[in-house]
Write a protein that binds this ligand. Sequence first.
Ligand code: AMP
Length: 281
Amino acid sequence: VKVVTSVREMQRLAEAWRRQGRRIGFVPTMGCLHVGHLSLIRIAKQRSDIVVASIFVNPTQFGPKEDFKRYPRDITRDKKLAVGAGCDVLFVPRTQDMYPQGYATYVMVEGLSKGLCGRSRPIHFRGVTTVVAKLFHIVKPHLAVFGQKDAQQAVILQRMARDLNFDTRILVAPIVREKDGLAMSSRNVYLSTGERKQALVLSRALRKAKQMVSKGERKASVIKNTIIQLIRGAKDAVIDYVEVVHPETLEDLTLLGDRALVALAVKFGSTRLIDNTLIKV
Ligand code: AMP
């Protein structure tokens, strides 16, 4: 795997590939790679000639009291895992090159960035859309793959790509889970043994929601309350939100129509976890 840190060099490479008619697939990450990230790289590989994965812990998407400083970083391990999954180039830009002195430009997707995670993380999605727009200009991908794990992020990025006429197809890949159901996340390493056990309640509650719908339940409030009760059974769980929304508009549902996104964010100690499930009625 080739590691590129220079923005100019990455742009030159991408330009050359495009001239040669090669299709560029792209997987943006914050590193500390796990099987979820690797699944995105494999999907990109199947659909492109060259796969670039980026590793950049993006400061603008972290709030002042969030975990930017302690976010796990392990580039040596990431390199090995990325090659194994078929990654051709790892783009690891330096913070001062992405955000030089005097940096002043931000991309914001209105509306969609307000609810769910946006409520407790008001500047988060502005940081995400800004950095992804920048990365698209640098890597020039034909295809970019994101995970359904960050459901709201995926919806927002698809809207950004459409609204700003990015010539990049966006693909959203399914959530990869540990054997016991916990959604894979770089942040899972923060969990103590006790918290790790308790965190299983999240995927269990989402499975329960799915069951309720398959048995005929259509009231969002009933589904929501059942999830909340289940999660409250875990002693260290502090709920940020549990919502039943439309998968594209992210608007609250009262009654489930043909599709629904059940999404949640819950803190265990200082670790905030998110998970979700898409339900076809
Ligand atoms: P991150 O490094 O957390 O910013 O994630 C980089 C990309 O990997 C995003 O598109 C995430 O949605 C995706 N991702 C993270 N965890 C998972 C997972 N468990 N399954 C599938 N995709 C994931």
